[in-house]
Write a protein that binds this ligand. Structure first.
Ligand code: FAD
Length: 394
């Protein structure tokens, strides 16, 4: 059978595109390898920028988020044994929203399937794409119920299947460049069943390595610990994790950390990539399928939403009004924000990790960079804009 758009992947990017298409009456199919229950519980991001929330709201996708999310207006750097609160809300009037990604995905999938009547197939296997350079591509997949391979023809394919998906590999060879950056650093990503230890995001820039705290909900808190890339989470038993978090995060005058059982523990090898352009024939990549930004600045989910807004709107314009301008400019419009966020993440990475690089010169320049945020209003304003994602007009 035929669909106007096949969307591969039911993450924030794919579900947002699907919702935009359904709101305009465009028929589409979402294909997802995991079950609906699994994607509604998969913990990941939690910090959403204000412009992204307004983008969701404009598309009728932020009702629950606006009722339940927490606005955040400050973060705290801890270095040289002291705490330094950075109130970007006071400086700019702006804020972030803290809303765990599984809640956002739950909202988006409910709206897409149950409210807007969108079709989704969960638990599919072996997604393959064909004929992307022609005007009638097709997508095939193995249906979990029958074990049969189904084929769907379509006008466009939205590749929203994240960093480990298949669509990125389907671009026509030689037409797309992938730029990569490897930080040579690992982060042990932890979820603790415990209330946050502070009311805001904490960045511990310590000679033994970076440590971070990101509040998620009153019951669950995310922590990060810098570790060697490729380290085994089994090397990090409960006692070692909390001892290291205390060493790197506790400073004079701060409340002790609130400990709790660790319900997620995995090592992320910090790297970035950008696929340029994000289009190959009738395949349009969005979100982590097109670009990965290490979770240093909490930007990945925001970029995925930015792409999805542009792609959803551009597909609607093309399929309902014959206007192909949005699709033609899609990749360039996304990449301006992508590269801006990549640059900020790289800059911030030095702030987090420079003091632990084992190089006294880098430690000195990193401390100077940190202190400048608290002594120069111009440096503080620039940081706040980039941290909030409001630095530039894209
Ligand atoms: P995904 O969310 O990865 O969705 C892709 C979907 O495609 C998945 O459901 C997957 O199961 C499915 N899929 C994969 N392969 C196939 C296939 N072959 N066929 C069909 N379906 C397939 N970002 C932030 O902005 N702020 C943060 O605080 C933050 N913290 C993070 C913490 C961690 C530990 C991690 C890992 C990431 C974090 N991120 C953060 C990044 C953020 O989670 C991602 O950028 C975001 O999920 C990207 O959304 P997406 O829709 O592009 O991809």
């Amino acid at each position: 059978r035929h669909r106007s758009v096949v969307i591969v992947g039911a993450g924030p990017a794919g579900l947002t595109v699907g919702n935009i298409l359904r709101a305009a009456g465009v028929d589409c199919l979402v294909l997802e390898t995991e079950t609906r229950g699994f994607i509604e519980r998969r913990p990941r991001a939690g910090v959403i920028e204000e412009w992204a929330v307004r983008g969701l709201e404009r598309r009728g996708l932020a009702r629950d988020l606006l009722e339940r999310a927490e606005p955040h207006t400050a973060c705290e750097f801890r270095f040289d044994g002291e705490r330094h609160r950075f109130s970007y809300g006071e400086l700019t009037g702006g804020h972030h929203w803290v809303y765990p990604q599984p809640l956002l995905v739950t909202d988006l999938v409910r709206e897409y399937v149950d409210v807007r009547g969108g079709t989704a197939r969960f638990g599919v296997r072996g997604v393959r794409l064909y004929g992307l350079d022609g005007d009638r591509p097709s997508v095939s997949y193995v249906c979990p119920d029958t074990g049969q391979r189904e084929v769907v023809t379509c006008d466009y394919v939205a590749g929203c299947d994240g960093a480990r998906g298949v669509t990125r590999a389907c671009v026509t060879p030689g037409r797309v460049r992938v730029a990569r950056h490897d930080y040579g650093i690992g982060w042990l990503a932890l979820l603790a069943e415990a209330p946050p230890s502070a009311d805001c995001v904490l960045f511990g820039c310590h000679p033994d390595g970076f440590a971070g705290q990101m509040p998620r909900s009153p019951e669950v808190t995310r922590y990060y610990l810098q570790c060697p890339p490729g380290d085994d989470p089994a090397n990090w038993p409960h006692e070692r994790v909390w001892a290291e978090l205390r060493r790197r995060l506790e400073v004079a005058g701060a409340a002790p950390l609130t400990e709790g059982p660790l319900i997620e523990k995995r090592v992320l090898d910090m790297h970035d990539y950008v696929t340029e352009p994000m289009v190959s024939g009738r395949l349009f990549l969005a979100g982590d399928a097109a670009h990965l930004v290490a979770p240093i600045a909490a930007k990945g989910l925001n970029l995925a939403l930015h792409d999805a807004f542009l792609l959803g709107d551009a597909l609607v314009a093309r399929l309902t009004g014959g206007d192909g301008g949005g699709l033609a400019g899609y990749s360039a419009a996304c990449l301006r924000r992508v590269w801006d966020y990549q640059e900020f993440s790289q800059w911030l990475s030095e702030l987090y990790h420079g003091t632990a690089a084992g190089d006294p010169f880098r430690a000195g320049t990193t401390l100077a960079r940190l202190r400048r945020l608290f002594t120069s209003p111009t440096a503080a304003a620039a940081f706040a804009e980039q941290y909030l994602g409001t630095a530039a007009r894209y």
